[in-house]
Design a protein around this ligand. Structure first.
Ligand code: ZN
Length: 168
């Protein structure tokens, strides 16, 4: 009897942990996360967000039109990231895609994981970074941006296009 009781308690605590995890924003439609880290002139940018906010839906595309929609969204992410995350043009930053992956979960949700290398000719310290992601993906309501440049750490939220972040 004691053993049976312990099992029930154990099962219950696992369930609570799993639902907490979701509520903490692991997958919230409209909400995405970006990490920007620079070591000198070399940076790495990572984006994580729900498929709903980037592609517009989260199921695995089967129809031609859904396949096209998904491909176009991912291509936009690949080709126009430098406009979505706009470093001052005087820094002459160049973007290079590392990966743009879409993970379909069994529960019919999906997540986008993307990363890029950025190489600038001048240090980004003291410059203004402009976040324009909503101009390209209006379903991103809230982009949490973490910036780490040498010893500078910034947490910012981009809730609309032309959100300016001073790197200092
Ligand atoms: Zn979802």
């Amino acid at each position: 009897m004691k053993y049976f009781f312990a099992l029930i308690v154990f099962g219950f605590s696992i369930t609570v942990m799993a639902s907490d995890h979701r509520e903490q924003g692991a997958h919230v439609h409209g909400s995405a996360k970006m990490n920007i880290a620079f070591d000198g002139l070399n940076g790495e940018v990572e984006l994580n967000g729900p498929g709903d906010s980037i592609v517009g839906f989260e199921h695995k595309p089967t129809s031609e039109s859904d396949k096209k929609t998904q491909a176009e969204a991912l291509e936009k992410l690949e080709k126009q990231i430098g406009e979505m995350v706009f470093f001052d043009s005087s820094l002459s930053c160049e973007w290079k895609k590392e990966k743009i992956d879409i993970h379909h979960e069994t529960n019919n949700h999906s997540n986008i994981e993307a990363s890029w290398k950025v190489r600038c000719k001048k240090s980004v310290i003291g410059s203004q970074l402009i976040m324009n992601i909503q101009s390209f993906f209006p379903k991103v309501k809230d982009l949490d941006v973490q910036i780490l440049v040498d010893t500078i750490q910034i947490s910012a939220e981009a809730k609309k296009s032309k959100t300016s972040i001073k790197i200092k």
